[in-house]
Design a protein around this ligand. Sequence first.
Ligand SMILES: [Zn+2]
Ligand SMILES: [Zn+2]
Length: 140
Amino acid sequence: MQMDDAQWRTLLGERGLRVTRGRLDVLRALAASETPVSHAEVVERLSHAGLDRVTVYRNLVSLAEAGIVVATHVDRVARFALRGGARPHHEAHPHLVCTDCHTVRCLPAESVTLSGLAATGEVAAVELRGRCAECRAAAR
Ligand SMILES: [Zn+2]
Ligand SMILES: [Zn+2]
């Protein structure tokens, strides 16, 4: 999602949130990611900005409460994405969780088809575990 700081400021104001450098940093970090990111990953990506874990967490929670950010659980960890981003509905498609590097990748919804008993219930999340392409290549 291409948003500049002026647009982020407007959005935060519309949702009744104070504009802080930390919130803008968190929004930029989420906008730069194609996949939903965990709290720990946001902290890591913002380590250069001098934001501590607690500040990042509070910002993620307030942005989620304001509806700007959507939280989805993948690999039992809450992961955050922009609601207006390219792929906000991470509960609607499967994810590949790499057992080596722990990165999460979004897969097309049609990459997993449920049938039989699985198709009769209401499935909230599909997670595949294994090695991502990079880790597979590195292991060869
Ligand atoms: Zn990997
Ligand atoms: Zn996803």
